[in-house]
Design a protein around this ligand. Structure first.
Ligand code: G1P
Length: 300
C-alpha cells in the first residue's frame, strides 16, 4: 500500500472500540461453564461494563463485541433494560444508571462472532466489517484500568500521527514470555513515548528485546486488517495480533506509551480478586463496612 494512503488516517479520530470476548475463560472453570468471564462482577458491576465505560470515556461511539455464539449472556447484558436502569437510579446510583443508559442508546453496540478460539489476530479480524475503514481501539477485557487516561492518550497519538499506538508496561524480565514485547528505537526517550521498530509475541526471556510489554489497550489503523489477512498461524494454530503489528511497525514505527494509571489483570482468579478488593475499597457505599470487616479479619 503506498504511503499516501496511510496518511489518509492522519487526523482521523478513533470512534469505534473492539472488545474481543469470545474466549472460553478456561482459567475460571468451572464458573465459566455458565457465566462468561467478561461478566464476572467487580463487586456488582461486570468487567465488561467497566471496559465499555473506559472506551466511551475515550470517545467511542460504537462498540463491537467479538463474542462466541454460546455466550448469550453477553448479548443479554448489552440489551437495553429501562427497568434495570430505573431500579439502579432509584437506589441512588445515578452515575451507574447513566453509564448503563448509554449502552445501545448514544453508544451503538454490535456483536460479531468468532467461531473458534483462533487467536487475538483472528478475533480482531472478525470485527473488520463492523469497524470499516477507520482507526479503532481494541480493549482486552482481561484487563481493567483505573481510568481512561491511557486510552485517551493512545487515541490522541493515533489521530495526530496517523499510526497505531499501543499501551505498554515494564515488567521484570522473568515475566516477558507471557506477553508481546516491543523493541523501542534507540532514540526513544526512556519513559516514552516509544517508536516501536519491532515486536515479538511471547519471546523466551533470553530472546526478549526489552522488558516493555504490550498491555491490552491498542488504537490501530485499519490497514492492520490486511496484515491480519496475511498472517500465518503460530504452532498452536492461532493468529497473533502481535504479528500484524510487527508487519506494520517494520514499515513505519507504531507508538508505544507507558500506562501511568492503575491496572488490574482480571484474567486470573487471583488478579480478579485483587481488583474486587481494591475497587470495593474505593466505593463509598461499601468501603466503611468492608474495611472494618477486612481489618478485623486480617487481625484474626
Ligand atoms: C495477548 C497478546 C499479547 C499481550 C497480552 C496483554 O496475550 O497476544 O501480545 O501482551 O494479550 O495482556 P494473551 O494474554 O491473550 O495470551
Amino acid at each position: 500500500m503506498p504511503n499516501g494512503i496511510w496518511l489518509a488516517w492522519d487526523s482521523m479520530r478513533s470512534r469505534t472500540a473492539v472488545i474481543p470476548a469470545a474466549g472460553l475463560g478456561t482459567r475460571f472453570y468451572p464458573v465459566t461453564k455458565a457465566v462468561p468471564k467478561e461478566l464476572l462482577p467487580i463487586v456488582d458491576v461486570p468487567v465488561l461494563q467497566l471496559v465499555m465505560d473506559e472506551a466511551i470515556a475515550a470517545g467511542a461511539e460504537h462498540i463491537v463485541l467479538v463474542s462466541h455464539v454460546s455466550k448469550t449472556p453477553v448479548e443479554a447484558y448489552v440489551a437495553p433494560s429501562a427497568a434495570v436502569i430505573d431500579k439502579v437510579r432509584a437506589s441512588g446510583r445515578d452515575d451507574l444508571a447513566n453509564r448503563l443508559a448509554r449502552i445501545g442508546a448514544d453508544v451503538r453496540v454490535s456483536v460479531v462472532y468468532q467461531d473458534a478460539p483462533r487467536g487475538l489476530g483472528h478475533a480482531v479480524g472478525c470485527a473488520r466489517s463492523a469497524v470499516g475503514d477507520e482507526p479503532f481501539s481494541v480493549l482486552l477485557p482481561d484487563e481493567i484500568m483505573g481510568d481512561a487516561t491511557l486510552l485517551n492518550a493512545l487515541v490522541d497519538s493515533c489521530e495526530k500521527k496517523g499510526v497505531g499506538a499501543v499501551g505498554l508496561m515494564r515488567v521484570p524480565m522473568e515475566q516477558v514470555s507471557a506477553y508481546g514485547v516491543i523493541t523501542p528505537s534507540a532514540s526513544s526517550p526512556d519513559e516514552g513515548p516509544y517508536d516501536i521498530v519491532d515486536v515479538v509475541e511471547k519471546p523466551a526471556q533470553a530472546d526478549a528485546p526489552s522488558n516493555l510489554i504490550i498491555i491490552g489497550r491498542y488504537v490501530l489503523t485499519p490497514d492492520v486488517f490486511e496484515e491480519i489477512d496475511a498472517l500465518k498461524p503460530h504452532a498452536n494454530g492461532e493468529l497473533q495480533l502481535t504479528d500484524a503489528l510487527r508487519a506494520q511497525s517494520l514499515r513505519s514505527p507504531l507508538t508505544g506509551m507507558l500506562n501511568r494509571s492503575q491496572r488490574w489483570d482480571t484474567g486470573t482468579p487471583m488478579g480478579w480478586l485483587t481488583a474486587v478488593v481494591d475497587i470495593a475499597l474505593t466505593r463509598p457505599d461499601i468501603e466503611p463496612g468492608f474495611r472494618a470487616w477486612l481489618t478485623q479479619r486480617l487481625g484474626d
